[in-house]
Design a protein around this ligand. Structure first.
Ligand code: BYC
Length: 317
């Protein structure tokens, strides 16, 4: 009886915190569903950053100049940093990093659909910066106001860095568009391959998004998947015009009544296939991640042995 009264009080305090737009912090009481949803989303986000190092990382040894190589190296390192902040945010909820990695490797947790497509040309590096980081910013800026403190704070730094990534991608593409016909064709061909997968990054349409409603109530998410997708389309079209490329969508047109662009339907059956682990590069991505994890075992062992020794010494004092 007493414990259920206490639980009700905690629940009311949690709800009041959410409705007052205040932050929930790791030591605060929270419903189990809220904790689980956050671990699921943050872990998926962390895995995406780490797996997301691979498609662009594949071009590090083939960048066309030292300058492009230095920029790309910095960007890929930033993604590793984002993954680390996010795993740390998940740990504040009681998750264990090793366990999250196991869940990624055996398919119990997902990572973003976008990283299951191959990077076939150097133009893909520019298009990923422009469209993929662009979509990520659109999705993540509202997450800076997410109700869970550590996630919201991690997002502030992540968004600043993603914004630099987007500009470097756009600048790379601008340079290529000022180059030869072959370079311009390479950019257009890359845009044609990445446009639809970029739209799918925002997740399934609202009427097929099982988590959105509750996540919006908890203010983990601030906008629905379709709202953010629309925002991204509206933002990208003038950028494409300035660049001199087109998007592969015959239904794309300005709708004056809505004050927004109409656009076609992404191929949701392809999306479902990709998130089920059947994307063009899915097997390669997980195999590389598994190999990196196994090759790093000695580092983890050495670090934990050192921590154990340090704490034994501390206790002996
Ligand atoms: N890919 O009910 P829904 C980056 C899953 S990294 C895969 O709408 P939710 C970058 C979803 O998880 C960008 N799976 O879910 C890095 C759920 O399955 P589970 C990563 C997806 O959570 C390197 C099911 O579909 N960004 O920027 O309400 C280089 C139903 O979906 C996807 C983030 O992670 C997808 N695209 O909304 C460059 C942002 N979409 O978990 C750039 C944070 C949906 O129930 N995450 N699913 O098995 C979010 O904002 C939300 O989790 C989502 C999905 C909008 C993605």
């Amino acid at each position: 009886m007493t414990s259920s009264i206490a639980e009700n009080e905690l629940q009311s305090h949690f709800e009041a915190t959410i409705s007052a737009d205040l932050r929930v912090e790791p030591r605060d009481w929270m419903p189990e569903g809220y904790r689980k949803t956050l671990i699921r989303q943050i872990a998926q986000h962390a895995h995406s950053e780490i797996i997301g190092m691979q498609p662009e990382g594949a071009w590090l040894t083939r960048a066309p100049s030292l300058r492009r190589k230095a920029i790309l190296t910095a960007k890929v390192q930033d993604e590793a940093g984002h993954g680390l902040y996010l795993y740390s945010a998940a740990e504040t909820l009681g998750a264990d990093r090793g366990d999250l990695t196991d869940k990624l490797l055996d398919g119990r947790q997902k990572y973003s659909s976008i990283f299951n497509y191959p990077t076939l040309t150097f133009a893909d590096v520019g298009v990923i910066g422009w469209l993929v980081d662009g979509a990520a910013i659109c999705n993540q800026v509202p997450l800076c106001r997410s109700s869970f403190g550590p996630y919201a704070r991690a997002m502030i730094r992540v968004c600043k860095e993603e914004s630099f990534h987007q500009r470097q991608g756009y600048e790379l593409l601008m340079t290529m568009m000022r180059g030869t016909d072959a370079q311009r064709e390479m950019v257009q061909e890359s845009v044609d391959r990445w446009w639809w997968p970029a739209l799918m990054m925002f997740g399934p349409p609202d009427d097929r998004s099982p988590n959105s409603e509750q996540s919006m109530k908890w203010r983990i998410k601030r906008h629905t998947n379709d709202e953010l997708r629309q925002r991204f389309v509206d933002m990208s079209i003038p950028q494409a015009e300035a660049l001199g490329v087109t998007f592969p969508d015959p239904d794309l047109r300005w709708n004056a009544e809505r004050g927004a662009y109409d656009f076609g339907e992404p191929d949701w059956s392809e999306f479902m296939q990709v998130i089920a682990g059947n994307g063009a590069s899915s097997v390669e991505r997980i195999a590389n991640r598994r190999a990196a994890h196994e090759n790093g075992a000695w580092v983890r062992e050495a670090a934990t042995a050192f921590a154990r020794r340090a704490s034994t010494k501390e206790n002996a004092r």
